[in-house]
Each structure stands twice: as structure tokens, then as C-alpha cells.
Design a protein around this ligand. Structure first.
Ligand code: PNS
Length: 175
């Protein structure tokens, strides 16, 4: 790996920048667990929210940026931004050599493998790395969080407090 060969030759080791992409609608404690793992593993982490014009998200892109910025503010090597278009183009533009994706269960694997191999075909400069969140979050998803919250259930412990508050407020407005 160039990271290692650089240090073997007495040069400065190359810094590794990772992109952690997703919809984050909204960010859950599972996402946050993964962001913390990324922060410990890589020199620099960009959390990249897809600006998807096809889907109607529950929270606007701006709201999702705000919530993510709030929950990662203690992690100095993590930044939050948005992207449009191909993920590999974004990663290359930002000089990131790693895309991080989370795998919660075997059911995630097929879709993730397909995306990782397609991204590899699209760019040889970016490698996908899979990380597992803590098992406590293996059944957690943004979709379920939204559904539970819409039906008046508690999502405490599943999402950061700022997300819990915003979900409550939004669902109250909708009722
Ligand atoms: O949180 P999600 O919805 O699982 O994230 C999916 C995401 C944003 C990673 C994926 O949809 C994506 O990379 N979209 C950008 C468009 C792109 O590059 N498509 C080709 C993927 S092989």
C-alpha cells in the first residue's frame, strides 16, 4: 500500500481521506457509531449527504446538514457536506481514496457489494471499505426511526437528542 511504502522509504506517510456517503434522513446512532470509527481510522473524514432530487426526503438537505454538523462537532477530523452526481467523482474531486459503507447484517451485503464493485469499475482511485456498527445498532435504520416516530413511538437511544427533538416537532406539526 502506498501508505506503507511511503513510510518504509522514510517519507511522510500519505494521509488517508475517507468519504462516508449516505442519505442520513435522519442521522441515527448507528451512523454516528460508524462516523466515530471512521474518525479513529482515517486522517480525515467527509460525511457526504446525497442531494437527491428524485426522492422526497423527510428532512431537507439543509436540516440534515445541520443535525450532522451538531452531532460530529466534537470530532475534529470530520466535516459534513453535500454532493450530487456520481459518488466516485465527488471522492476524486475531494482527493479521498476511501469510501466507507456500513454493513449491519448479511441482508445489506448484496446491495453494498454491487455498489462497491460498480464504483470500482467507475474509478480505480477509490477503494470501498466496509465497517460494522456496534451490534446494538444492527437492526436500526432511518426508515424505521421515521416510521416509529410518525406513529408516536419513542426513538430515544436510537438517534442523537437533536434528531429526537426535531422528529417529535415535525410529527406534531403534521398531526
Ligand atoms: O444512505 P443510502 O441511501 O444507502 O446511500 C446511498 C448512496 C448515497 C451512497 C448512493 O445512492 C450513491 O452513492 N449515490 C450517488 C450516485 C452514484 O454514484 N451512483 C452509482 C453507485 S454505484
Amino acid at each position: 500500500m502506498s501508505h506503507l511504502s511511503g513510510s518504509l522509504h522514510g517519507e511522510m506517510p500519505m494521509k488517508i481521506r475517507a468519504v462516508y456517503p449516505g442519505t442520513f434522513d435522519p442521522v441515527t446512532n448507528g451512523h454516528l457509531d460508524l462516523i466515530r470509527r471512521c474518525s479513529a481510522l482515517f486522517d480525515d473524514v467527509i460525511v457526504a449527504i446525497l442531494r437527491n432530487t428524485d426522492k422526497t426526503p423527510f428532512f431537507t438537505t439543509e436540516e440534515r446538514v445541520e443535525m450532522l454538523e451538531e452531532v460530529v462537532k466534537d470530532l475534529k477530523n470530520v466535516s459534513v457536506t453535500t454532493f450530487q452526481g456520481l459518488l466516485v467523482d465527488f471522492a476524486e474531486q475531494r482527493k479521498a481514496s476511501v469510501i466507507v459503507r456500513g454493513i449491519r447484517a448479511v441482508s445489506d451485503y448484496e446491495y453494498e457489494l454491487q455498489m462497491a464493485l460498480m464504483n470500482r469499475r467507475l474509478s480505480s482511485k477509490v477503494e470501498t471499505v466496509f465497517l460494522m456498527p456496534a451490534e446494538t445498532y444492527s437492526y436500526l435504520s432511518s426508515r424505521l426511526v421515521n416510521e416509529i416516530s410518525a406513529l408516536g413511538g419513542s426513538v430515544r437511544g436510537l438517534v442523537p437528542p437533536i434528531v429526537e427533538q426535531r422528529l417529535k416537532r415535525r410529527h406534531r406539526q403534521r398531526r
